[in-house]
Design a protein around this ligand. Structure first.
Ligand SMILES: [Zn+2]
Length: 96
């Protein structure tokens, strides 16, 4: 987000629930770039990487090789600290 031209806005309740269901987001302001000379009218400047990493434990290996559902694998991964990509993005967004 371009610091020079970003402005706060509040997404609708429906949008918050659509993209952040269960994350407990309430009345936190979001920001969007208006576009300016510094960001070449894009509203963006620079990049931030977001990550998702799954540590393959014996339990997860077994689930994968036996054709378990993704949700089962996600639950097993959560036990060893796995966080969704969306969580990392939201965390970085909120700390920016
Ligand atoms: Zn700008």
């Amino acid at each position: 987000m371009c610091d020079n031209c970003k402005e706060p806005y509040y997404p609708t309740r429906e949008k918050l629930l659509k993209y952040f269901k269960g994350e407990g987001i309430t009345d936190v302001p979001f920001y969007r770039g208006q576009g300016c000379r510094i960001c070449r009218r894009t509203g963006y400047k620079g990049r931030v990487a977001i990550h998702e990493l799954v540590l393959i434990t014996e339990e997860i290996r077994t689930l994968i090789t036996t054709g378990a559902r993704v949700q089962q694998i996600t639950v097993a991964a959560s036990k060893v600290g796995f966080k969704l990509l969306r969580y990392d993005g939201l965390k970085k967004y909120c700390s920016a």
